[in-house]
Ligand binder design. Structure first.
Ligand SMILES: *Cc1c(COP(=O)(O)O)cnc(C)c1O
Length: 356
């Protein structure tokens, strides 16, 4: 039996998809399932979203696209990174739609005669054609004529903070670049955009973290519910009979009478080491602190506040989920829900609840 388990509620995923779809309407909603669907398992997640009517999926790289294509023979699969030089045929064979980010990619892809999304950089300084690249493309009638653009895309740097001026500035820049290119549908925002309004979405909004239960905003609530629950198994209970210290570095002093529960989840499983003496877990609705440093394969909880019958070896304890919010735990760890979810290791068993 493993020491850690991730429960994934596919019905909750479906409800989040429905809520975001309603908020984003009339924009079409694509699911971003890169990084193994943010750690939740790309095949079960994509199959369920497909059953809910989703027909557009985004992954980061070709390998992820091929894995997804093997599981879902139909539907559009877009690949954010686009092909590497010479990798075009792999895309064509698996019917993957590249997101083109450079003029080199545009030229190589145009030879295939297949549709593509075209990404323009409006302020991320990450993937996408620069304004100068767009001018060069706009001036090349032959290349433009060979290219079939299904979506003109960009990505917002500050959608998680809707009041930032940067958002409006990026939309303005996007409008300028769009006007230089042939008419195409647009794909602009992410999860946060779907909840703040149409012009931030474009025609196709790209939903990631909010599908999976993470709040896409820095400082406002979102109408979504938890999807993933991380559980750690109690592998040992120790009654503290004399003053002791807990874990590496002896960073936590504990006085008797006290009780410590050891869980079989550590930083090798993606439970952040930064949660040593800071993290919190829930045992039957009672919040108990992580004490001492997080080890590679285990962590300690001070469970002295619980009755002696309230916890036993073999029991599963919630590390995040309905009681300990994933955003709350991520913040305590000095990170974001995205990193917490995608960092969960392969030793963590994935278990699916709800209809597949
Ligand atoms: C990961 C990603 C998304 C999804 O973002 P969320 O904040 O998880 O909704 C959308 N667009 C691009 C370009 C991405 O890289």
């Amino acid at each position: 039996m493993s020491g850690g388990k991730l429960l994934i509620d596919l019905d909750a995923l479906a409800r989040n998809y429905a809520r975001l779809r309603q908020a984003a309407a009339p924009a079409r909603c694509a699911a971003v399932v890169k990084a193994n669907a943010y750690g939740l398992g790309v095949v079960p997640v994509a199959r369920r979203l497909l059953a809910e009517g989703c027909r557009d999926f985004f992954v980061a790289c070709a390998a992820e696209g091929l894995e997804l294509r093997a599981a879902i023979p139909e539907s559009a699969i877009y690949v954010f990174n686009g092909p590497t030089a010479g990798g075009e045929s792999e895309f064509v064979e698996a019917s993957l739609i590249p997101v083109l980010n450079t003029l080199e990619q545009v030229r190589a892809w145009a030879m295939t005669g297949r549709p593509a999304a075209l990404n323009v950089d409006t302020g991320m300084t990450r993937l996408g054609l620069s304004a100068a690249d767009v001018d060069a493309l706009a001036a090349d009638a032959e290349l433009l004529g060979a290219l079939s653009i299904v979506y003109l895309m960009t990505h917002l740097a500050c959608a998680d903070e809707p009041s930032r001026e940067m958002n409006a500035e990026q939309l303005r820049r996007f409008g300028v670049l769009h006007a230089k290119l042939p008419a195409a549908k647009t794909s602009i925002g992410n999860s946060a955009a779907s909840l703040i309004g149409g012009r931030w979405c474009g025609d196709l909004v790209r939903l990631g973290i909010a599908l999976y239960g993470g709040n896409p905003f820095v400082a406002r609530a979102a109408p979504i519910e938890p999807v993933a629950t991380l559980l750690g198994r109690v592998i040992q209970l120790r009654d503290i009979a004399e003053p002791s210290t807990v874990g590496y570095g002896a960073t936590y002093e504990i006085q008797p009478p006290a009780r410590v529960a050891l869980l079989g989840v550590g930083y090798a499983d993606g439970y952040p080491r930064s949660l040593g003496n800071v993290g919190i877990a829930s045992v039957g609705g009672v919040r108990v602190p992580v004490v001492g440093r997080v080890s590679m394969d285990s962590l300690c909880l001070d469970v002295s506040a619980l009755g002696s019958d309230d916890i036993e070896v073999g029991q599963w304890v919630e590390l995040f989920g309905a009681e300990i919010g994933i955003d709350e735990l991520a913040e305590a760890a000095g990170t974001i829900s995205y990193e917490l979810l995608t960092g969960l290791g392969s030793r963590i068993e994935r278990e699916y609840v709800g209809g597949a």
